[in-house]
Ligand binder design. Structure first.
Ligand SMILES: *[C@@H]1O[C@H](CO)[C@@H](O)[C@H](O)[C@H]1NC(C)=O
Ligand SMILES: *[C@@H]1O[C@H](CO)[C@@H](O)[C@H](O)[C@H]1NC(C)=O
Ligand SMILES: *[C@@H]1O[C@H](CO)[C@@H](O)[C@H](O)[C@H]1NC(C)=O
Ligand SMILES: *[C@@H]1O[C@H](CO)[C@@H](O)[C@H](O)[C@H]1NC(C)=O
Ligand SMILES: *[C@@H]1O[C@H](CO)[C@@H](O)[C@H](O)[C@H]1NC(C)=O
Ligand SMILES: *[C@@H]1O[C@H](CO)[C@@H](O)[C@H](O)[C@H]1NC(C)=O
Ligand SMILES: *[C@@H]1O[C@H](CO)[C@@H](O)[C@H](O)[C@H]1NC(C)=O
Ligand SMILES: *[C@@H]1O[C@H](CO)[C@@H](O)[C@H](O)[C@H]1NC(C)=O
Length: 593
């Protein structure tokens, strides 16, 4: 018996999975702290999880319950957001400032949510301050299909490989924040990282000696599923592998029409799965490249991440020039056409056995239309701010979700304009009043000078159109009403628009933001409130918030005696033992009752 207990305890400490009553639970125990790393050869503080940068994977199956205990060992308030997971009807697990009070330094907070009806490749990243992600803190999320639902391609015999791409600054996230606070743009990044590591020295004059690079080990003949995420600050990246084609199969939770690409533009915040077959001669290793888009040739040399694909029977190092990027640095036509070529596989099953295309989005009547326009950053009250329809979002000290549930007056206004206003830009906390089960059309119009990606929490939207110029009602004639892919992050090219449709069936208050961290920091975000009128009787039935809710702002007085505090690293082992024993007791009680 003692041995059994010990084994169970070890199992728990290793983050093992336990199942009881209904859907299984997966436990994760993460301490978020600084770590000194030298991705570009310069020592700097990065954000690590359990000492790892990038952080550990969150690997679960559809409908599993996920419990993530996050201990904040940074010196700043922290939140993590689970990018692309829909947190159905539980916006208080979303981890953005409109939904959660940030976890103060030295506190822990436990996220508990279900990966309900989802499948695919996502990532988590820090979100209390947009620029935390510029220091790391990210990791992969994989939601696997349940065994009863086949994936629409042969199971890749090589397994999964996850790649995090991103532009990177050698300056700390605090320096970057200070720079934006002083009204100065971030300037050109210092490099592009792949899995937190700098470039392979493919050219002695471009890459200094001594940089640690990523080596991806593969076996000849096998097929791997590469889950590739752009977790960077702002740069759009072109991803390619020398001599290998990328078979696109999935993006952000939707199976796509399978197509081969020699390279793919991945914009900040986006995720893709490719099947890659190791079908080349193993006479050499091969280059894996992520290079910045739409920058001049001298900048691109610096902004090129290079990893190595190493066959187990490889005869020698990678050689030759890097595989070519599209030759169009000032022309987005190739990129926009590539984006349009990404289609939904309407006959494949997603998280459920029915075909993805059984929800005929093209036949549904639109109930609300929002034309959201961005402009280049501008001065408002002496500060450089980014806007949507002339409004730059400012986060209130009381999260919107809490303010709504507790009827705190004056925290936000539900008056977000549905088209650009011809008036002076302003800073405000103005949100969209969405209609529950309404069908919303959102058109993003990019009047700034760089590519932007927009991400919506709580939902996947259908990408129905993308084109140059100003959107007009006539643009609807060009919409794809049949196989536009459903995803949560979409790019908008400068001087162009992108249109999406979204079915507002997930009650809550949800963040819509640009993923470009500088613009997000400068206020280019908003929230959409979706209230289910039938559930709006919270005063009688009690609040749906979890017991461990952190309170702040106008609700600070509700914060109970601090039960969240944990002791920093040295003592954390003891803490884990205590918690494991507690969980074990709960489990034993649950299974034996
Ligand atoms: C996730 O877990 C499955 C088994 O449950 C395993 O086959 C797969 O390789 C894991 N993926 C990652 C990214 O860890
Ligand atoms: C912090 O972790 C402890 C131990 O697991 C847990 O009991 C407590 O609920 C956590 N606090 C919050 C606010 O989640
Ligand atoms: C779409 O999914 C079906 C069903 O799994 C699969 O057989 C087919 O090959 C897929 N088609 C494309 C073009 O990806
Ligand atoms: C290395 O890069 C420099 C600068 O771009 C270039 O002139 C040179 O030809 C490159 N060397 C090789 C071996 O490709
Ligand atoms: C993709 O390319 C591979 C060769 O690399 C080929 O075997 C496969 O049939 C192609 N698939 C599609 C859907 O074009
Ligand atoms: C692999 O490439 C080497 C060098 O180009 C060549 O000598 C060899 O015959 C090739 N092997 C196969 C199996 O194609
Ligand atoms: C939001 O819209 C609903 C109708 O969809 C309306 O009943 C409600 O009064 C609106 N709320 C506010 C604050 O405007
Ligand atoms: C921004 O809008 C102005 C006025 O409509 C237009 O002249 C300009 O071309 C636009 N620029 C971009 C990049 O969309």
């Amino acid at each position: 018996m003692a041995l059994l207990l010990l084994l169970l305890l070890l199992f728990l400490l290793c983050g093992g999975y336990l199942a009881w009553a209904g859907d299984p639970f997966a436990y994760f125990d993460w301490e978020v702290s600084y770590l000194t790393a030298r991705p570009l050869g310069v020592a700097q503080k990065v954000i690590a999880i359990n000492g790892q940068f990038p952080g550990p994977p969150l690997n679960v199956t559809t409908n599993w319950n996920v419990v993530v205990n996050v201990r904040n060992a940074l010196d700043e308030p922290l939140l993590l957001t689970f990018h692309g997971l829909q947190q159905r009807r539980t916006p208080w697990q979303d981890g953005v400032l409109g939904t959660n009070c940030p976890i103060p330094p030295g506190w822990n907070w436990t996220y508990t949510f279900q990966a309900k009806d989802q499948v695919g490749s996502f990532f988590y990243s820090p979100s209390a301050s947009p620029l935390h992600r510029a220091a790391g803190g990210y990791g992969g999320i994989v939601v696997n299909n349940r065994e009863v639902i086949p994936i629409p391609f042969p199971f890749p015999d090589g397994g999964d490989l996850t790649l995090f791409l991103g532009d990177w600054y050698a300056r700390s996230h605090r320096d970057l924040r200070r720079s934006l606070d002083a009204g100065a743009p971030l300037g050109t990044p210092d490099g592009v990282l792949i899995n937190g590591l700098g470039p392979y020295r493919h050219n002695d004059s471009l890459v200094p000696d001594g940089i640690v690079y990523e080596r991806i080990n593969v076996d000849p003949g096998r097929t791997y599923r590469l889950r590739v995420h752009n977790v960077g600050v702002s740069a759009s990246l072109n991803f390619r592998i020398q001599g290998h084609s990328l078979l696109l199969v999935e993006t952000e939770g939707s199976y796509t029409s399978q197509q081969n690409y020699t390279n793919m533009d991945i914009h900040v915040g986006q995720s893709y799965s490719f099947l890659v077959t190791m079908d080349q001669n193993a006479s050499t290793d091969y280059y894996v490249v992520a290079s910045a888009r739409f920058v001049d040739a001298s900048t691109v040399d610096k902004l090129t991440g290079v990893a190595i694909l190493h066959y187990s029977n490889s005869q020698g190092p990678a050689s030759g020039p890097l595989p070519d990027a599209p030759d169009d640095q000032y022309d987005t036509a190739f990129s926009i056409n590539q984006a349009r070529s990404i289609r939904w596989n309407v006959t494949a099953s997603g998280a459920r056995p029915n075909p993805q295309g059984s929800f005929h989005y093209g036949d549904i009547t639109v109930t609300d239309v929002y034309l959201l326009q961005s402009r280049p950053p501008e001065l408002i009250d002496g500060k450089l701010r980014s806007t949507i329809n002339g409004i730059s979002y400012i986060a209130p000290s009381t999260p919107l979700v809490l303010a709504q549930l507790f009827n705190v007056p004056g925290v936000y206004k539900m008056d977000f304009p549905n088209h650009p206003m011809n008036r002076l830009p302003k800073v405000d906390t103005s949100i969209i009043n969405g209609t529950y089960k309404g069908f919303m059309e959102i058109i993003f119009q990019n009047n700034a000078t760089a590519v932007q990606s927009y991400h919506l929490d709580g939902y996947a939207f259908f990408v129905v159109g993308m084109d140059y110029g100003l959107w007009t009602e006539n643009s609807r004639g060009t919409y794809n009403k049949w196989d536009g892919v459903a995803r949560s992050t979409i790019q908008v090219f400068p001087g162009a628009w992108t249109a999406v449709l979204v079915f507002l069936d997930n009650a809550g208050i949800w963040n819509l933001r640009v993923e470009n961290l500088d613009s997000w920091y400068q206020g280019q975000e908003l929230y959409i409130s979706v209230v289910n009128p039938e559930e709006d009787h919270r005063d009688k039935t009690g609040l749906p918030l979890p017991d461990n809710t952190i309170f702040c702002g106008a609700l600070s007085s509700l914060q109970r005696e601090q039960s969240h505090r944990f002791q920093y690293s040295g003592a954390s082992r003891a803490w884990e033992m205590v918690s494991a024993v507690a969980v074990l007791t709960a489990w034993l009680a649950a299974t034996w009752l």
